[in-house]
Design a protein around this ligand. Structure first.
Ligand SMILES: [Mg+2]
Length: 90
């Protein structure tokens, strides 16, 4: 992480996050739309890979923009909001 933060241009980091989001989107759509079978384990591996990629790139962009603390606060707020929605829905 330290080397990426030091050497990678901010604009490129943002593009990489967008790229990883598109890859995650593709995997999520395929998980839901393709029939289950022999490819199931492969899709799970791809899902793990892309979730990890997005998490890493999100951390990089947050650091590059100096907003990590605020993003973490948003995660806490979102956790509370989602818990409240779940209690009402389920
Ligand atoms: Mg990826």
């Amino acid at each position: 992480m330290e080397t990426v933060l030091k050497l990678e241009p901010k604009e490129f980091s943002i593009l990489k996050l967008a790229e990883e989001l598109a890859e995650l989107q593709e995997v999520l759509l395929k998980v839901l739309t393709k029939p289950k079978g022999a490819l199931e384990d492969l899709r799970l591996e791809r899902l793990i890979e892309e979730l990890g990629d997005v998490k890493f790139r999100t951390m990089v962009v947050s650091e590059k923009l100096g907003i990590t603390k605020k993003v973490n606060e948003r995660v806490l707020d979102k956790t509370i909001e989602t818990a409240e929605a779940c209690r009402k829905r389920y």
